[in-house]
Design a protein around this ligand. Structure first.
Ligand SMILES: Cc1ncc(COP(=O)(O)O)c(C=O)c1O
Length: 331
């Protein structure tokens, strides 16, 4: 991964290489963490802006609540900290990873006195499934692993430990030569990708699994549903049989890291080149991300101008909103 200068940790900006934890941190042993994946884009009208920032921070708070973790910072404090972090690192577009985890202090499974540590990291990160994948589509495989059901964990929470399930599925598909895994839920219906929600087109209707199919309630999913409906398409949230994957006219994945990625193959069944509905929605979604779609500008949270472009050297900039970057660490 590409390093930047600073990471926000428990209210302070610390050098990237010094953002460390104790080896007996609870989250490291039991996966007791909740996190978000967010992106900031260079936009034409608003400068660097974070896509649906408030919705991501809201989901972080919900994930924490679902695992009985009280966040020591408000969503607004985390929002402001993220703005400052991006500016101080001199970034204009980046991936953003807030993580709240049980830290060092108590072991065992009911460790309510283990502190909740919070970090925010930002770094440049290109399209998760590749630029070519976004253009031409990817090859996918249905995983032998079922998605964690609501009977054994909380699909709606974006919780660290739960990702072992995604990692098994992703690893299996990668080792078999595919670019992404699709998981079925406990009933054998289509759930989602290892890190993305899934959409199919059947008879011209866009379908996506409902909340009851062990999915994460994706923010990209919600954006794409709104865009598709605004464009006049019908979108149904309904149970999807595995065979429908193979018979789909079009299919695509959505997620913050991956963005909107067409699927061109599932289990060696050809879906083909990205179809028209996928293309039209992908284009509008890209416009929304980059501030070119007037109707979706409210989804953008501008971070203010960086002190200098490309580094955090601290040179004065008349457009600067926050404190000038400097060698000094700490906020
Ligand atoms: C398992 C899983 N499903 C779906 C998504 C897509 O969610 P979002 O669009 O909010 O990034 C993600 C990514 O966060 C994910 O990890």
């Amino acid at each position: 991964m590409e390093k930047v200068e600073l990471i926000w940790k428990n209210g302070e900006l610390v050098p990237w290489d010094e953002a460390n934890v104790h080896v007996l941190s609870h989250g490291l042993h039991y996966g007791t963490g909740v996190f978000e994946g967010i992106r900031c884009y260079e936009t034409e009208s608003r400068g660097p802006a974070i896509f649906r920032h408030a919705d991501h921070l809201n989901r972080l708070e919900q994930s924490a609540e679902l695992y009985y973790m009280e966040l020591p910072y408000s969503a607004e404090e985390l929002r402001q900290a993220t703005h400052e972090l991006i500016r101080r690192n001199g970034l204009r577009s980046c991936y953003i990873r807030p993580l709240a985890f049980r830290g060092y202090g108590e072991m065992g499974l009911y460790a309510q006195s283990a502190p909740i540590d919070v970090i925010i990291a930002v770094w440049p990160w290109g399209a998760y499934l590749g630029e070519e994948g976004k253009r031409k589509g990817i090859r996918t495989k249905v995983a032998s692993w079922r998605a964690i059901s609501a009977e054994s964990a909380i699909p709606h929470a974006k919780a660290s430990g739960q990702y072992l399930n995604s990692i098994l599925a992703k690893t299996e598909s990668a080792k078999a030569g595919y670019e992404e895994a699709i998981l079925l839920d406990q009933h054998g219906f289509v759930s989602e990708g290892s890190g993305e929600n899934i959409f199919l087109v059947r008879d011209g209707v866009i379908c996506t699994p409902p909340h009851t199919a062990a999915i994460l309630d994706g923010i990209t999913r919600a954006s794409v549903i709104q865009i598709a409906r605004d464009l006049g398409y019908t979108v149904e949230e309904r149970g999807i049989a595995r065979s429908e994957l193979y018979l789909a006219e079009e299919a695509f994945l959505t997620g913050t890291a991956a963005e909107l990625v067409p699927i061109r193959e599932v289990d060696d069944h050809e879906i083909g080149e990205p179809g028209e509905i996928t293309r039209v929605i992908q284009e509008k979604f890209e416009d929304a991300l980059h501030g070119r779609a007037e109707e979706y500008l409210e989804w953008l949270d501008p971070v203010g101008e960086t002190a200098s472009t490309g580094d955090a050297s601290g040179e004065a900039n008349p457009n600067e909103v926050g404190e000038p970057a400097s060698g000094k660490v700490g906020s």
